[in-house]
Design a protein around this ligand. Structure first.
Ligand SMILES: CC(C)(COP(=O)(O)OP(=O)(O)OC[C@H]1O[C@@H](n2cnc3c(N)ncnc32)[C@H](O)[C@@H]1OP(=O)(O)O)[C@@H](O)C(=O)NCCC(=O)NCCS
Length: 187
């Protein structure tokens, strides 16, 4: 099934979702980033960089994508958000978090923390989440978007009009380092 044609629904993430989101994010990172990063990079980054950013939930700028199951229940198949704060990437425990607010006239909104459950990868869900985030940021007056992307995410963002403008390396506690791709787009 292609998510572009199916009954996927979006809603704001709430604190009750955090355990399920934490599980989805870790599984997404471990399985979908394996083609782009070494096991050492994934192990070292999974808690430091890739965990829930509770600021996004508090700001009501984080979404979950849900799919109806045949039994009529809803299961979370992906998540992602945007932010009008300076933090470019990373969960609650990531280095260099910056809570300062951005100015839509001057600054680019941050596109944040898009993760798809591995069982649902490659069906357009990442693209749908990105579109929801861009629409919400644009409704708040932003005309430019940027992100610190994984190598894995850079494929998706490149397909959706983002241009790479640099790379940074994040040192990890286990001695490895984790490359992040800086990407931006103007509407
Ligand atoms: C990156 C991620 C969100 C993509 O989600 P997805 O639902 O599989 O993406 P889509 O199905 O919408 O794919 C969008 C486009 O990107 C391409 N793409 C996605 N992942 C790709 C990959 N690993 N290699 C090559 N192309 C890829 C698809 O071919 C598609 O292009 P098309 O529409 O022109 O055919 C998902 O792989 C993921 O959760 N990865 C792990 C977490 C992560 O690194 N997130 C990014 C944080 S910045």
């Amino acid at each position: 099934m292609d998510a572009r044609e199916s009954s996927i629904q979006f809603r704001y993430a709430v604190s009750d979702d955090i355990p399920q989101l934490a599980e989805l994010i870790e599984r997404s990172v471990r399985e979908l980033q394996a083609a782009d990063y070494s096991a050492e990079q994934v192990d070292g980054s999974v808690r430091l960089l890739f965990s829930v950013d509770s600021q996004l939930l508090a700001d009501c700028t984080y979404f979950v994508a849900e799919m109806a199951t045949p039994g009529g229940e809803h299961t979370i198949v992906g998540c992602g958000g945007w932010s009008n704060r300076k933090t470019l990437f990373g969960g609650d425990h990531a280095p260099s978090r910056q809570a300062e607010l951005l100015d839509p006239k001057r600054d680019a909104a941050k596109i944040r923390a898009i993760f798809v459950h591995p069982l649902w990868a490659g069906r357009g869900i990442g693209s749908r989440i990105l579109a929801v985030c861009e629409t919400a940021a644009a409704a708040s007056g932003f005309t430019r978007f940027e992100m610190g992307s994984t190598l894995t995410g850079a494929h998706l963002y490149g397909r959706r009009g983002y241009m790479e403008y640099g790379r940074i390396e994040i040192p990890l506690p286990n001695g490895a380092s984790f490359p992040i791709v800086l990407m931006a787009k103007k509407i």
